[in-house]
Design a protein around this ligand. Structure first.
Ligand code: FUB
Length: 439
Protein backbone atom coordinates (compact mmCIF):
# COMPACT_ATOMS: atom_id res chain seq x y z
CA UNK A 1 0.00 0.00 0.00
CA UNK A 2 1.96 2.96 -1.20
CA UNK A 3 0.90 6.35 -0.05
CA UNK A 4 3.62 8.45 -1.55
CA UNK A 5 2.11 11.35 -3.44
CA UNK A 6 5.50 11.89 -5.03
CA UNK A 7 5.45 8.49 -6.60
CA UNK A 8 1.84 8.90 -7.63
CA UNK A 9 2.65 12.16 -9.32
CA UNK A 10 5.62 10.56 -11.03
CA UNK A 11 3.17 8.13 -12.55
CA UNK A 12 0.90 10.97 -13.59
CA UNK A 13 -1.69 10.16 -10.94
CA UNK A 14 -3.22 12.42 -8.36
CA UNK A 15 -3.35 11.74 -4.66
CA UNK A 16 -7.09 11.27 -4.96
CA UNK A 17 -8.40 7.75 -5.05
CA UNK A 18 -6.61 6.55 -1.92
CA UNK A 19 -9.82 4.94 -0.79
CA UNK A 20 -9.15 2.07 1.55
CA UNK A 21 -11.37 0.20 3.94
CA UNK A 22 -8.77 -2.33 4.82
CA UNK A 23 -7.02 -3.08 8.07
CA UNK A 24 -5.46 -1.16 9.60
CA UNK A 25 -7.74 1.79 8.92
CA UNK A 26 -5.48 4.73 9.84
CA UNK A 27 -2.35 4.82 7.75
CA UNK A 28 -0.15 7.66 8.93
CA UNK A 29 0.13 7.22 12.71
CA UNK A 30 -0.38 4.62 15.41
CA UNK A 31 -3.92 4.39 16.81
CA UNK A 32 -4.40 2.02 19.74
CA UNK A 33 -7.32 1.25 22.09
CA UNK A 34 -10.00 2.33 19.61
CA UNK A 35 -13.29 3.55 21.03
CA UNK A 36 -15.82 4.09 18.25
CA UNK A 37 -18.99 6.10 18.87
CA UNK A 38 -21.78 7.16 16.54
CA UNK A 39 -22.48 10.90 16.77
CA UNK A 40 -24.41 13.01 14.27
CA UNK A 41 -24.73 10.10 11.83
CA UNK A 42 -20.98 9.49 11.60
CA UNK A 43 -18.57 7.17 13.35
CA UNK A 44 -16.09 8.98 15.57
CA UNK A 45 -12.96 7.12 16.56
CA UNK A 46 -11.24 8.02 19.84
CA UNK A 47 -8.04 5.96 20.05
CA UNK A 48 -4.95 6.42 22.13
CA UNK A 49 -1.90 7.55 20.20
CA UNK A 50 1.21 5.39 20.54
CA UNK A 51 4.45 7.19 19.72
CA UNK A 52 8.13 6.26 19.82
CA UNK A 53 9.18 7.35 23.27
CA UNK A 54 11.19 10.57 23.60
CA UNK A 55 12.11 9.55 27.18
CA UNK A 56 14.35 6.65 28.18
CA UNK A 57 12.07 5.24 30.86
CA UNK A 58 9.37 4.39 28.29
CA UNK A 59 11.51 3.18 25.39
CA UNK A 60 10.19 -0.35 25.93
CA UNK A 61 6.71 0.55 27.13
CA UNK A 62 3.52 2.39 26.12
CA UNK A 63 4.09 6.05 25.38
CA UNK A 64 1.27 8.49 24.60
CA UNK A 65 1.30 12.28 24.80
CA UNK A 66 -2.01 13.31 23.25
CA UNK A 67 -5.26 12.24 21.65
CA UNK A 68 -6.53 12.69 18.10
CA UNK A 69 -10.09 12.06 16.97
CA UNK A 70 -11.04 10.71 13.56
CA UNK A 71 -14.43 10.54 11.86
CA UNK A 72 -15.91 8.67 8.92
CA UNK A 73 -19.24 8.27 7.20
CA UNK A 74 -18.32 5.09 5.34
CA UNK A 75 -15.70 3.46 7.62
CA UNK A 76 -13.33 3.84 4.69
CA UNK A 77 -12.35 7.48 4.44
CA UNK A 78 -11.26 8.82 7.81
CA UNK A 79 -10.77 12.48 8.65
CA UNK A 80 -8.17 13.24 11.29
CA UNK A 81 -9.50 16.21 13.27
CA UNK A 82 -6.11 16.66 14.91
CA UNK A 83 -5.13 16.83 18.55
CA UNK A 84 -8.10 17.16 20.91
CA UNK A 85 -6.18 16.99 24.18
CA UNK A 86 -2.50 17.14 25.07
CA UNK A 87 -0.89 15.92 28.29
CA UNK A 88 0.57 19.35 29.00
CA UNK A 89 -2.96 20.83 29.10
CA UNK A 90 -4.30 18.52 31.81
CA UNK A 91 -4.24 20.62 35.02
CA UNK A 92 -3.84 17.60 37.31
CA UNK A 93 -1.66 15.46 35.03
CA UNK A 94 2.09 15.08 34.68
CA UNK A 95 3.03 17.22 31.67
CA UNK A 96 5.64 14.61 30.73
CA UNK A 97 3.81 11.50 31.96
CA UNK A 98 3.16 10.08 28.45
CA UNK A 99 0.35 8.10 30.05
CA UNK A 100 -2.70 9.09 28.04
CA UNK A 101 -3.99 5.57 27.68
CA UNK A 102 -7.33 4.23 26.39
CA UNK A 103 -10.10 6.90 26.30
CA UNK A 104 -13.86 7.04 25.74
CA UNK A 105 -16.33 9.74 24.74
CA UNK A 106 -20.09 9.98 25.32
CA UNK A 107 -22.70 12.61 24.54
CA UNK A 108 -25.30 13.78 27.01
CA UNK A 109 -27.59 16.81 27.00
CA UNK A 110 -25.60 18.93 24.58
CA UNK A 111 -22.12 18.08 25.86
CA UNK A 112 -19.50 15.57 24.76
CA UNK A 113 -17.68 14.05 27.74
CA UNK A 114 -14.22 12.69 26.99
CA UNK A 115 -12.88 10.27 29.63
CA UNK A 116 -9.15 9.59 29.69
CA UNK A 117 -6.52 8.05 31.98
CA UNK A 118 -3.42 10.03 32.84
CA UNK A 119 -0.62 10.00 35.41
CA UNK A 120 -1.45 12.46 38.21
CA UNK A 121 1.11 15.10 39.05
CA UNK A 122 2.25 15.92 42.56
CA UNK A 123 4.01 14.55 45.57
CA UNK A 124 2.91 11.01 46.48
CA UNK A 125 0.42 10.65 43.61
CA UNK A 126 1.07 7.44 41.72
CA UNK A 127 -0.53 5.19 39.17
CA UNK A 128 -3.37 6.42 37.03
CA UNK A 129 -6.38 8.63 37.57
CA UNK A 130 -9.25 9.20 35.15
CA UNK A 131 -10.08 12.67 33.96
CA UNK A 132 -12.96 14.22 32.07
CA UNK A 133 -12.73 16.84 29.35
CA UNK A 134 -15.77 18.42 27.73
CA UNK A 135 -16.68 19.93 24.40
CA UNK A 136 -19.74 21.05 22.47
CA UNK A 137 -18.46 19.15 19.44
CA UNK A 138 -17.43 15.50 18.99
CA UNK A 139 -14.25 16.60 17.26
CA UNK A 140 -13.32 18.91 20.15
CA UNK A 141 -11.27 20.69 21.20
CA UNK A 142 -11.91 19.35 24.69
CA UNK A 143 -11.38 21.30 27.89
CA UNK A 144 -10.19 19.17 30.81
CA UNK A 145 -11.69 19.60 34.28
CA UNK A 146 -9.37 20.75 37.06
CA UNK A 147 -9.36 17.42 38.90
CA UNK A 148 -9.77 13.74 37.93
CA UNK A 149 -12.85 11.78 39.00
CA UNK A 150 -12.63 11.34 42.77
CA UNK A 151 -12.51 7.76 44.00
CA UNK A 152 -11.28 6.22 40.73
CA UNK A 153 -7.77 4.80 40.43
CA UNK A 154 -7.13 2.99 37.21
CA UNK A 155 -7.15 2.97 33.44
CA UNK A 156 -9.36 2.37 30.41
CA UNK A 157 -12.59 4.23 31.26
CA UNK A 158 -15.79 3.30 29.45
CA UNK A 159 -19.14 4.96 30.06
CA UNK A 160 -22.43 3.25 29.37
CA UNK A 161 -25.20 5.80 28.96
CA UNK A 162 -28.44 3.91 29.38
CA UNK A 163 -31.78 4.60 27.68
CA UNK A 164 -33.04 6.29 30.86
CA UNK A 165 -30.07 8.71 30.65
CA UNK A 166 -28.36 7.16 33.69
CA UNK A 167 -24.63 6.66 33.21
CA UNK A 168 -22.25 3.99 34.48
CA UNK A 169 -18.46 4.12 34.53
CA UNK A 170 -16.42 0.95 34.00
CA UNK A 171 -12.63 0.87 34.26
CA UNK A 172 -9.63 -1.36 34.81
CA UNK A 173 -7.73 -1.29 38.09
CA UNK A 174 -7.16 -4.39 40.20
CA UNK A 175 -9.93 -6.17 38.27
CA UNK A 176 -12.80 -4.68 36.33
CA UNK A 177 -14.44 -1.95 38.36
CA UNK A 178 -17.71 -0.10 37.98
CA UNK A 179 -19.78 2.65 39.60
CA UNK A 180 -22.79 4.79 38.77
CA UNK A 181 -22.10 8.33 37.62
CA UNK A 182 -24.01 11.35 38.84
CA UNK A 183 -26.11 13.30 36.34
CA UNK A 184 -23.19 15.71 35.93
CA UNK A 185 -21.19 12.82 34.38
CA UNK A 186 -18.08 13.84 36.29
CA UNK A 187 -18.59 12.38 39.78
CA UNK A 188 -19.31 8.92 41.13
CA UNK A 189 -22.80 8.27 42.43
CA UNK A 190 -21.97 4.95 44.09
CA UNK A 191 -19.02 3.23 45.71
CA UNK A 192 -16.75 1.56 43.14
CA UNK A 193 -17.26 -2.18 43.05
CA UNK A 194 -15.50 -5.04 41.32
CA UNK A 195 -17.44 -6.88 38.62
CA UNK A 196 -17.94 -10.39 39.98
CA UNK A 197 -18.49 -13.62 38.10
CA UNK A 198 -15.70 -13.24 35.54
CA UNK A 199 -13.11 -15.99 35.02
CA UNK A 200 -9.53 -15.91 36.31
CA UNK A 201 -6.97 -14.17 34.09
CA UNK A 202 -5.92 -10.58 33.66
CA UNK A 203 -8.69 -8.26 32.53
CA UNK A 204 -8.64 -4.60 31.50
CA UNK A 205 -10.12 -2.34 28.81
CA UNK A 206 -13.85 -2.81 29.52
CA UNK A 207 -16.43 -1.78 26.95
CA UNK A 208 -20.10 -1.88 27.95
CA UNK A 209 -23.19 -1.48 25.80
CA UNK A 210 -26.87 -2.34 25.69
CA UNK A 211 -28.72 -4.23 22.95
CA UNK A 212 -32.33 -5.39 23.01
CA UNK A 213 -32.55 -4.89 26.77
CA UNK A 214 -29.43 -6.96 27.50
CA UNK A 215 -26.26 -5.41 28.89
CA UNK A 216 -22.92 -6.53 27.52
CA UNK A 217 -19.66 -6.10 29.38
CA UNK A 218 -16.83 -6.90 26.98
CA UNK A 219 -13.13 -6.91 27.90
CA UNK A 220 -9.62 -8.05 26.98
CA UNK A 221 -8.95 -11.23 28.94
CA UNK A 222 -5.77 -13.29 29.22
CA UNK A 223 -6.96 -16.85 29.02
CA UNK A 224 -3.60 -18.27 27.95
CA UNK A 225 -0.63 -16.03 27.00
CA UNK A 226 -1.96 -12.80 25.54
CA UNK A 227 -5.24 -10.92 25.44
CA UNK A 228 -8.34 -12.41 23.91
CA UNK A 229 -11.54 -10.37 23.78
CA UNK A 230 -14.32 -11.81 25.90
CA UNK A 231 -17.72 -10.83 27.26
CA UNK A 232 -20.37 -11.25 29.91
CA UNK A 233 -24.09 -10.41 29.85
CA UNK A 234 -26.61 -9.12 32.35
CA UNK A 235 -30.14 -7.79 32.64
CA UNK A 236 -28.84 -4.76 34.52
CA UNK A 237 -25.96 -2.36 33.83
CA UNK A 238 -24.52 -2.97 37.32
CA UNK A 239 -24.82 -6.73 36.97
CA UNK A 240 -24.68 -9.45 38.07
CA UNK A 241 -22.87 -10.42 34.87
CA UNK A 242 -22.66 -13.94 33.49
CA UNK A 243 -19.54 -14.84 31.53
CA UNK A 244 -20.40 -15.93 27.98
CA UNK A 245 -17.10 -16.61 26.21
CA UNK A 246 -14.77 -15.06 23.70
CA UNK A 247 -15.33 -12.53 20.93
CA UNK A 248 -11.82 -12.83 19.48
CA UNK A 249 -9.01 -15.31 20.11
CA UNK A 250 -5.55 -14.17 21.19
CA UNK A 251 -3.37 -13.01 18.32
CA UNK A 252 -1.13 -15.70 16.86
CA UNK A 253 1.33 -13.04 15.67
CA UNK A 254 2.49 -11.43 18.81
CA UNK A 255 0.55 -8.36 19.90
CA UNK A 256 0.13 -8.86 23.65
CA UNK A 257 -2.70 -6.36 24.06
CA UNK A 258 -6.00 -6.17 22.31
CA UNK A 259 -8.42 -3.38 23.12
CA UNK A 260 -11.75 -2.83 21.51
CA UNK A 261 -15.16 -1.24 21.22
CA UNK A 262 -18.38 -2.44 19.63
CA UNK A 263 -20.75 -0.20 17.73
CA UNK A 264 -23.81 -0.47 15.51
CA UNK A 265 -23.71 1.71 12.43
CA UNK A 266 -26.24 1.74 9.61
CA UNK A 267 -27.71 -1.59 10.72
CA UNK A 268 -24.41 -3.51 11.03
CA UNK A 269 -22.41 -4.18 14.20
CA UNK A 270 -18.65 -3.67 14.11
CA UNK A 271 -15.76 -4.63 16.32
CA UNK A 272 -13.02 -2.03 16.50
CA UNK A 273 -9.79 -3.50 17.89
CA UNK A 274 -6.07 -3.08 17.51
CA UNK A 275 -3.02 -4.96 16.27
CA UNK A 276 0.63 -4.03 15.78
CA UNK A 277 0.41 -4.11 11.97
CA UNK A 278 2.85 -1.24 11.35
CA UNK A 279 5.20 -2.33 14.15
CA UNK A 280 5.63 -6.10 13.99
CA UNK A 281 8.79 -6.06 16.10
CA UNK A 282 7.41 -3.97 18.95
CA UNK A 283 3.85 -4.49 20.14
CA UNK A 284 3.47 -1.19 21.99
CA UNK A 285 2.83 0.60 18.68
CA UNK A 286 -0.60 -0.45 17.59
CA UNK A 287 -3.10 0.29 14.85
CA UNK A 288 -6.89 0.24 14.68
CA UNK A 289 -8.72 -2.43 12.75
CA UNK A 290 -12.42 -3.04 12.08
CA UNK A 291 -14.24 -6.27 11.39
CA UNK A 292 -17.94 -7.06 11.27
CA UNK A 293 -19.53 -8.60 14.36
CA UNK A 294 -22.65 -10.76 14.44
CA UNK A 295 -25.06 -11.80 17.19
CA UNK A 296 -26.83 -15.12 17.51
CA UNK A 297 -30.61 -15.18 17.91
CA UNK A 298 -30.23 -15.56 21.69
CA UNK A 299 -28.12 -12.41 21.91
CA UNK A 300 -24.77 -14.13 22.31
CA UNK A 301 -21.88 -12.88 20.17
CA UNK A 302 -20.24 -14.89 17.41
CA UNK A 303 -16.46 -15.21 17.40
CA UNK A 304 -14.91 -12.57 15.16
CA UNK A 305 -12.06 -13.70 12.92
CA UNK A 306 -9.52 -10.90 12.47
CA UNK A 307 -8.97 -10.01 8.81
CA UNK A 308 -6.71 -7.78 6.77
CA UNK A 309 -9.52 -7.11 4.34
CA UNK A 310 -11.58 -5.31 6.96
CA UNK A 311 -15.06 -4.09 6.15
CA UNK A 312 -17.07 -2.46 3.43
CA UNK A 313 -16.86 -2.30 -0.31
CA UNK A 314 -13.78 -1.08 -2.13
CA UNK A 315 -14.36 1.12 -5.15
CA UNK A 316 -12.95 -0.59 -8.25
CA UNK A 317 -11.79 2.83 -9.45
CA UNK A 318 -9.60 3.34 -6.37
CA UNK A 319 -6.14 1.88 -5.86
CA UNK A 320 -7.14 -1.53 -4.55
CA UNK A 321 -4.56 -2.71 -2.03
CA UNK A 322 -4.88 -6.41 -2.64
CA UNK A 323 -2.19 -7.12 -0.04
CA UNK A 324 -5.03 -6.56 2.49
CA UNK A 325 -6.32 -9.88 1.22
CA UNK A 326 -9.33 -12.01 2.00
CA UNK A 327 -7.41 -15.18 1.19
CA UNK A 328 -3.96 -16.21 -0.02
CA UNK A 329 -2.42 -19.45 -1.30
CA UNK A 330 1.11 -20.88 -0.85
CA UNK A 331 3.57 -19.07 -3.13
CA UNK A 332 1.88 -15.75 -2.48
CA UNK A 333 2.96 -13.49 0.38
CA UNK A 334 2.98 -9.90 1.52
CA UNK A 335 5.83 -7.64 2.65
CA UNK A 336 6.38 -4.02 3.57
CA UNK A 337 7.14 -1.71 0.63
CA UNK A 338 9.74 0.09 2.69
CA UNK A 339 11.11 -1.49 5.86
CA UNK A 340 12.38 1.94 6.93
CA UNK A 341 8.95 3.55 6.73
CA UNK A 342 6.32 0.94 7.34
CA UNK A 343 3.52 3.48 7.00
CA UNK A 344 4.13 3.26 3.23
CA UNK A 345 2.28 -0.03 3.50
CA UNK A 346 2.56 -3.41 1.87
CA UNK A 347 3.01 -5.19 -1.46
CA UNK A 348 1.99 -8.63 -2.70
CA UNK A 349 4.67 -11.06 -3.91
CA UNK A 350 3.72 -13.89 -6.27
CA UNK A 351 6.54 -16.41 -6.44
CA UNK A 352 5.27 -19.59 -7.99
CA UNK A 353 2.86 -20.63 -10.72
CA UNK A 354 -0.77 -20.41 -9.62
CA UNK A 355 0.08 -18.48 -6.46
CA UNK A 356 -3.12 -16.52 -5.83
CA UNK A 357 -4.32 -13.64 -3.70
CA UNK A 358 -8.04 -12.90 -3.35
CA UNK A 359 -9.63 -9.61 -2.34
CA UNK A 360 -13.38 -9.61 -1.75
CA UNK A 361 -16.11 -7.06 -2.30
CA UNK A 362 -14.87 -4.75 -5.02
CA UNK A 363 -17.59 -2.43 -6.24
CA UNK A 364 -17.59 -1.78 -9.99
CA UNK A 365 -20.76 0.33 -9.87
CA UNK A 366 -23.20 0.51 -12.75
CA UNK A 367 -20.88 1.58 -15.56
CA UNK A 368 -18.85 -1.34 -16.86
CA UNK A 369 -15.11 -1.20 -16.21
CA UNK A 370 -13.11 -2.10 -19.29
CA UNK A 371 -9.53 -1.27 -18.44
CA UNK A 372 -7.30 -2.57 -15.68
CA UNK A 373 -4.06 -1.00 -14.43
CA UNK A 374 -1.61 -2.76 -12.13
CA UNK A 375 1.36 -1.21 -10.37
CA UNK A 376 3.84 -4.01 -10.70
CA UNK A 377 7.48 -5.06 -10.67
CA UNK A 378 8.26 -8.20 -12.68
CA UNK A 379 12.05 -8.61 -13.02
CA UNK A 380 11.76 -11.24 -15.75
CA UNK A 381 8.30 -10.34 -17.03
CA UNK A 382 5.40 -12.73 -16.76
CA UNK A 383 1.66 -13.11 -16.96
CA UNK A 384 -1.11 -12.59 -14.42
CA UNK A 385 -4.50 -14.23 -14.43
CA UNK A 386 -7.19 -11.86 -13.22
CA UNK A 387 -10.53 -13.27 -12.15
CA UNK A 388 -13.67 -11.46 -11.04
CA UNK A 389 -16.20 -13.74 -9.35
CA UNK A 390 -18.86 -14.91 -11.80
CA UNK A 391 -16.93 -13.63 -14.86
CA UNK A 392 -14.48 -15.24 -17.26
CA UNK A 393 -10.84 -14.89 -16.04
CA UNK A 394 -8.39 -13.19 -18.38
CA UNK A 395 -4.61 -12.97 -18.70
CA UNK A 396 -2.45 -9.87 -18.56
CA UNK A 397 1.10 -9.66 -19.91
CA UNK A 398 3.78 -8.02 -17.74
CA UNK A 399 6.89 -6.49 -19.34
CA UNK A 400 10.23 -7.20 -17.63
CA UNK A 401 11.03 -4.43 -15.17
CA UNK A 402 13.15 -4.16 -12.05
CA UNK A 403 11.37 -0.92 -11.11
CA UNK A 404 7.73 -0.22 -10.32
CA UNK A 405 5.74 0.40 -13.49
CA UNK A 406 2.09 0.86 -14.30
CA UNK A 407 0.86 -1.79 -16.72
CA UNK A 408 -2.45 -1.06 -18.36
CA UNK A 409 -4.57 -3.49 -20.34
CA UNK A 410 -7.97 -3.86 -21.87
CA UNK A 411 -10.17 -5.97 -19.57
CA UNK A 412 -12.19 -8.34 -21.76
CA UNK A 413 -14.99 -8.50 -19.17
CA UNK A 414 -17.90 -6.23 -18.63
CA UNK A 415 -17.73 -5.78 -14.87
CA UNK A 416 -20.53 -4.03 -13.01
CA UNK A 417 -21.74 -4.57 -9.45
CA UNK A 418 -19.75 -6.21 -6.66
CA UNK A 419 -17.16 -8.92 -7.37
CA UNK A 420 -14.42 -10.75 -5.51
CA UNK A 421 -11.10 -10.17 -7.24
CA UNK A 422 -8.37 -12.83 -7.58
CA UNK A 423 -4.91 -12.37 -9.02
CA UNK A 424 -2.77 -15.43 -9.85
CA UNK A 425 0.67 -15.91 -11.31
CA UNK A 426 0.63 -17.69 -14.67
CA UNK A 427 4.31 -17.18 -15.49
CA UNK A 428 7.27 -15.26 -14.08
CA UNK A 429 8.98 -15.22 -10.71
CA UNK A 430 9.10 -12.75 -7.83
CA UNK A 431 6.34 -10.68 -9.34
CA UNK A 432 5.43 -7.83 -6.98
CA UNK A 433 2.14 -5.93 -7.00
CA UNK A 434 1.49 -2.70 -5.17
CA UNK A 435 -2.09 -2.01 -6.21
CA UNK A 436 -4.61 -2.40 -8.98
CA UNK A 437 -7.30 -0.12 -10.35
CA UNK A 438 -10.09 -0.28 -12.97
CA UNK A 439 -11.58 2.21 -15.36
O1 FUB B 1 -2.70 1.43 25.57
C1 FUB B 1 -2.23 1.20 26.87
C2 FUB B 1 -2.93 0.04 27.46
O2 FUB B 1 -2.71 -1.11 26.68
C3 FUB B 1 -4.42 0.17 27.50
O3 FUB B 1 -4.86 1.02 28.48
C4 FUB B 1 -4.78 -1.25 27.65
O4 FUB B 1 -6.13 -1.52 27.48
C5 FUB B 1 -3.89 -1.88 26.63
O5 FUB B 1 -4.42 -1.81 25.34
Amino acid sequence: MKRSCLLALAFGLTAQGFVQAQNPIIHDQFTADPTARVFKGKVYLYPSHDIPSPVDRLKEWFCMADYHVFSSENLTDWTDHGVILDQKDVPWGKPDGYSMWAPDCVYKDGTYYFYFPDAPNGEGRRGFAIGVATSKHPEGPFTPLDQPIEGVNGIDPCVLLDKDNKAYLFWGGGGLRMARLKDNMTELDSEPQTVEGLPEGFKEGPFAFERNGKYYLTFPWVEDKTETLAYAMSDNPMGPYTFKGKIMEQSPTGCWTNHHSIVEYKGQWYLFYHHNDYSPEFDKRRSTRIDSLFFNADGTIQLVRPTLRGVGLTDARSQIQIDRYSDITPGASIAFLNEDNKFEGWKTILDSKDATIRYNNVDFGTKAAQEVTVKVKAPSGGHLRIALSGLQPFTMKLPPSKEWVLVKDHAPVSATGVHDLSVSLVSGTSVELDWMTWK
